[in-house]
Design a protein around this ligand. Structure first.
Ligand code: 0O2
Length: 218
């Protein structure tokens, strides 16, 4: 069998596994559990602070094409086993908050949920990526009990502010994982705008605190 044919067979086998109804359902289960928890946390925080906390929550199951590309990009084996073992974001959920302190408070709530296991935390807010990307990522494990045993489903939870989210969305559209002539220039520009994101998030938080102080003096 030549190399290309072999790769084709591996990719096909991967697709078959990812298309399996049970596999899809397990990822959907992890997403709906996290969605439920984030909504509950949001209700609690909105009541605690009497203001809006989470702007929106989105979720997705990573597509076959995107999984295949990521396995290839990272030089992993093209197989379902490798995808499940090596990739942390086949199931993904993103909560976009208004303020940066809300991001960390929600992360603490999630970390304190007795039924979830925190596998890994990547704080790209305290330490943004080289290109300026900011977000807090929690890789969590959701237990799934069936008749025979308990298995764990990985899910990546991305938490960030609305301003960070706008930057990331524009980066996705303009630059992320794209290859073109002026890459270096665009990357430099985006990095500069990321510094503006930091500044604006800090100022908005400061302003919110000032307003609260004024109100409490009344
Ligand atoms: P897509 O198409 O959005 O799903 P690791 O967890 O260390 O094994 P991974 O998953 O590469 O490796 O980690 P990383 O770098 O934290 O990226 C996870 C996800 O965060 C990415 O998934 C993106 O969704 C998002 N992300 C990371 N870096 C950037 C960035 O520079 N710009 C933007 N816009 N998003 C970013 P995917 O699979 O790369 O992409």
């Amino acid at each position: 069998m030549d190399g290309k044919n072999h790769m084709g067979k591996k990719a096909l086998a991967l697709k078959e596994c990812l298309d399996d109804a049970g596999v899809i359902l397990k990822n959907e289960y992890a997403i709906s559990l996290l969605m439920f928890k984030l909504k509950m946390i949001n209700i609690e925080l909105e009541q605690k602070y009497a203001r809006a906390v989470v702007r929106n929550i989105d979720s997705r199951i990573k597509s076959y094409d995107s999984i295949l590309k990521k396995l290839q990009r990272k030089s992993y084996d093209i197989s379902y086993a490798a995808a499940v073992e090596k990739l942390n974001d086949i199931a993904g959920i993103r909560a976009v908050c208004f303020f940066v302190d809300d991001v960390y408070e929600i992360a603490e709530y999630l970390k304190n949920q007795g039924d979830l296991i925190l596998l890994k935390e990547k704080d790209y807010i305290r330490e943004p990526k080289k290109n300026g990307y900011q977000s807090l990522h929690l890789i969590m494990q959701v237990p799934f009990f069936d008749r025979e045993k308990c298995t764990y489903i990985k899910i990546e939870v991305q938490l960030r502010t609305a301003i960070m989210d706008s930057w990331a969305e524009l980066d996705n559209q303009l630059c992320y994982k794209k290859d073109f002539l002026n890459t270096a220039y665009v990357e430099e520009e985006l990095k500069e705008y990321s510094a503006l994101v930091v500044k604006m998030d800090k100022q908005m938080l400061h302003l919110r605190r000032q307003i609260k102080e004024c109100k409490s003096k009344k």
